[in-house]
Design a protein around this ligand. Structure first.
Ligand SMILES: *Cc1c(COP(=O)(O)O)cnc(C)c1O
Length: 411
């Protein structure tokens, strides 16, 4: 057998679709990739995985590319799980880890999803891809498209961080700045499908980005030796990360590698400048109403309407977790605070997670003995305009008085 995928399944009504051809949405909603998990359980074991190369392709049987084909890869995956003692202490938690995605290709976890999307597009013979993006997705798609020798078109709002514009241009993509929001960029991509013959790599509009994001959950389970933490805190924009991880845990349960009583609570984090999922969660709704006037410096969270809203909300509720909205005005200072504590380059989306953890501890929803993991989904280096807002005046050392330099004694 060259692949364990059995079919694609509509997330909204369960309709079965053929996985051997290109599929997009069904009834305007996303698709799940389904596998023959009993067959995988017969050939794969945790012991077998242990000796494989440290990339997300180590979970090859649980991924959609036929086993005899070569993926489009930049060495993505197997990011470190770093114990963060100083942050743990400041939270009042016994154990706390950061899964550090800032070290992945193109500086964010977007490389996982786009590695899979571009690999599968390549597998289906697609030559030209397009994406709307407000941040890191464009850079990741451009890089993998370059790697695959494909033509890439990237549409971004005018206020997209300049580094994201630069990385796309450098990777050879055709880049367009749009007067409007990411939803307007999405419209342009959609309208160009027939005339431009490009493939739409938008979040959740093809089935494979979730499969790439799923590997965060697989890695976490493996890194915790198949005994998951109690709480996973994750920033949410389009939601592929959270949806993908929850899918991973369910597949691992079906493989018999995780047990039902060891499923983590999933926490979705947004900024109060754009919190459609947190609002729908509070209201007890399954679908989120679009957020008006979305604004946040955490560009990954600036998604006013997510096509997979119900998949995010279902996962949070099934897990017994929460959707939290944090103060936009606290995000930048928290990037500095958290980075200074651990030396990990904390992006604004992860800074929002730090604030969410503090909120959940105050409310008593997370307690001292909970084993908590937070995802640092990207590197702070990609947020120059945002980080600059809190940059203090940096002094010229000429004529400096050494006795005033440090803030504590070393001897
Ligand atoms: C895209 C992005 C997010 C949001 O991720 P989703 O899985 O789409 O919800 C969070 N953080 C960063 C750095 C991102 O680029």
């Amino acid at each position: 057998m060259s692949c364990y995928v059995t079919h694609l399944e509509s997330a909204i009504d369960g309709t079965t679709l053929d996985a051997n051809k290109i599929q997009t949405l069904h009834k305007e909603r996303p698709l799940w990739v389904r596998y023959d998990l009993p067959a995988i359980a017969r050939v794969l074991s945790p012991e077998k995985l242990a000796s494989r190369a440290p990339s997300l392709w180590r979970y090859r049987e649980l991924l959609p590319l036929p086993l005899d084909e070569t993926p489009v890869s930049l060495g993505e995956g197997m990011s470190p799980l770093i114990p963060a003692h100083r942050l743990a202490q400041s939270f009042g938690l016994d154990q706390f880890w950061i899964k550090d995605e800032s070290q992945l290709p193109t500086g964010s976890f977007k490389s996982r999803g786009l590695a899979l999307a571009i690999t599968m597009a390549h597998h289906f013979g697609i030559q030209r891809v397009a994406i709307p993006t407000a941040g890191n997705a464009g850079g990741a798609m451009a890089a993998y498209a370059a790697r695959a020798g494909m033509e890439a078109f990237v549409f971004m709002p005018q206020d997209t961080p300049v580094i994201n514009q630069i990385e796309c241009v450098m990777a050879g993509a055709h880049v367009f700045l749009v007067k409007g929001l990411i939803t307007d960029c999405g419209k342009i991509v959609r309208q160009g499908i027939n005339e431009m013959k490009w493939f739409d790599c938008s979040t959740l509009k093809e089935p494979y980005r979730i499969e790439g994001k799923k590997t965060m959950g697989l890695e976490l389970a493996e890194q915790f030796n198949w005994h998951l933490p109690d709480v996973i805190v994750y920033p949410t924009g389009g939601g592929t990360g959270l949806i993908g991880m929850w899918k991973a845990f369910n597949e691992l349960r079906e493989l018999g590698w995780l047990t039902a009583d060891n499923m983590p609570k999933m926490v979705s984090v947004q900024s109060d400048g754009c919190a459609p999922i947190a609002r729908a969660f509070e209201a007890g709704e399954r679908f989120a109403t679009p957020w008006e006037n979305a604004h946040t410096c955490a560009s990954g969270l600036r998604v006013p309407a997510a096509v997979g809203d119900f998949m995010i909300l279902d996962a949070i509720r099934e897990s017994g977790g929460w959707a939290v909205s944090v103060a936009e005005t606290d995000i930048v200072s928290t990037m500095y605070r958290a980075t200074a504590m651990e030396g990990i380059s904390v992006c604004p989306e992860a800074a929002a997670c730090v604030l969410a953890i503090e909120q959940l501890i105050v409310k008593g929803q997370i307690t001292r003995t909970d084993r908590v993991v937070m995802f640092n989904t990207g590197t702070a280096n990609k947020y120059l305009e945002t980080a600059r807002l809190n940059l203090p005046v940096i002094n010229d050392p000429a004529g400096v008085d050494y006795s005033t330099l440090a803030n504590n004694k070393t001897s």
